[in-house]
Design a protein around this ligand. Structure first.
Ligand code: GLC
Length: 453
């Protein structure tokens, strides 16, 4: 079977958050079960050195090809759209004004390639309209239903003038909605956890109003939980942390913690929480505002790694509590150090389709504190709720008090119950968070979609 993945991000080449990691993980895991994967993505300005030009044939736009660990990557060379510094927009958390045109053109190129594959697998809004023109069956995975690409409706319909139902598929309260068009046109919609699959079919807020469309699909949305690449992210072999460690001997964690303190200048007498990811409203940062002063006094220390439209909020905490809070833009090395050297990991998400930071943190021995939503509810087990299988701490209510109570429980356990803390670490480090079971489920979805065609 051969599959074309259509997507805006793929780690390590282009990533803004979890999407890029998820694509690389899925592609490699499918490769291990003999699915031949090709990824098509834009040739961004910062990728101009990657790959070789592919001669002629196919779409009018030139393609560059690069092969990495058995996965073929096709880079669409459309300088007018993609010879720009950002993936989505000039700054993290922004979008270029003509985003609908650049992604629409990208989808047209992907659709022109589709005939050479058995299945075309689209990821998120940027790739979704490919479903309108693909000559092969399509699967659309929603990594985040909160982001769509909106266009003036006439322009979108013009760009897809060769699709008879374009107007009806795109139209959304007088605009064109790329995610809606993809949801309507794809042969199967999937998302990255079972809980989020239910949530987006019910909750207009989390699905940007697409819930009714999602709930009415002939084939209900399927949730397939994300994994992480356990070979690439392994504290026993990770060259970017000062000393290797593993579940049998965690002593190397102390060196990572020292290094994290040296890099950030934070006061190491407290309990160090990592927080890695896009700094956006989705991540529940607002919950910390009213309680951060009191938590800092109790010993809470925070290493925040990542950017987004809520950078200002995080930088405000740094200004108020310079010995307790530190913030830097995303880098994979820093992320690895935060997982390996942090005592715990904070992820109080308002909603979380899949959630990868929690998995990395557990793999590196930092029991996380999460809000139980989406994929976080499927992977984190609370220390008090189920001591036998616990690997972290969680809370349900989206309130500052619930967050503070969970953080306080974690700090108390870390300081006063070392045996229990070590059990949480063991549980998280020994679990198998790999992609292989998810890849088998994607293959099942491909087969059933092909069976229907
Ligand atoms: C998005 C979601 C995150 C998910 C990732 C990969 O970043 O917000 O929850 O893990 O995509 O699917």
């Amino acid at each position: 079977m051969n599959v074309l993945m259509v997507v805006a991000e793929m780690a390590p080449f282009a990533t803004s958050g979890g999407l890029g990691d998820a694509i690389t993980g899925i592609a490699h895991a499918l490769g291990r079960i003999d699915v031949d994967v090709t990824v098509v993505m834009p040739r961004y300005q910062f990728l101009s050195d990657l790959g070789e030009a592919r001669p002629g044939e196919g779409p009018a736009v030139a393609l560059y090809q690069h092969t990495e660990a058995g996965v073929r990557i096709l880079l669409v060379d459309d300088p007018e759209s993609f010879d720009r510094p950002g993936i989505y927009g000039p700054e993290p958390g922004t979008a270029y004004e003509d985003e609908w045109r650049r992604w629409g053109r990208f989808c047209r190129v992907a659709a022109a390639l589709s005939g050479q594959f058995d299945i075309v697998h689209l990821h998120d809004a940027q790739a979704a309209p490919t479903a309108l023109l693909s000559s092969r069956p399509t699967v659309l995975t929603l990594h985040n239903a909160a982001y769509s690409v909106m266009a003036p409706v006439e322009e979108a319909v013009d760009l897809f003038a060769d699709v008879a139902e374009a107007h009806d598929l795109f139209e959304w309260y007088g605009s064109a909605n790329y995610l809606k068009a993809g949801v309507m046109a794809a042969d199967q919609v999937t998302t990255v956890s079972a809980a989020y699959a239910r949530q987006i079919a019910e909750d207009p807020e989390v699905s940007s109003g697409l819930n009714e469309y999602l709930a009415a699909l002939d084939h209900p949305v399927i949730g397939i939980l994300n994994g992480i690449e356990i070979r690439r992210f392994d504290p026993r072999t990770d060259a970017s942390i000062p000393e290797p460690f593993g579940p049998d001997d965690l002593s190397g964690r102390a060196a990572a913690r020292d290094e994290l303190i040296a890099r950030t200048g934070l006061d190491g007498s407290g309990v160090l929480f990592g927080m890695v990811g896009r700094m956006t409203g989705q991540k529940g940062l607002e919950l910390l505002d009213p309680v951060i002063g009191r938590l800092v006094e109790a010993g809470f220390r925070l290493v925040a790694v990542g950017n987004g439209d809520e950078d200002g909020r995080v930088d405000g905490w740094v200004a108020d509590h310079p010995e307790a809070v530190w913030h830097a833009g995303y880098s994979e090395d820093l992320a690895r150090l935060a997982w390996a050297g942090g005592d715990s990991f904070l992820m109080p998400s308002r909603f979380e389709p899949g959630g990868l930071g929690n998995l990395y943190a557990m793999r590196y021995g930092a029991p996380p504190v999460v809000r139980f939503t989406g994929g976080l509810a499927a992977t984190v087990v609370d220390a008090d709720a189920d001591p036998a299988t616990a690997n972290g701490f969680g809370f349900y209510d989206y309130t500052s008090e619930a967050l503070a109570a969970a953080v306080e429980r974690a700090m108390h356990t870390y300081r006063h119950e070392p045996v229990r803390w070590a059990q949480l670490q063991q549980e998280g480090m020994r679990a198998d968070w790999g992609w292989d079971p998810s890849a088998r489920r994607y293959l099942d979805v491909y087969q059933s979609v092909l069976g229907r065609a």
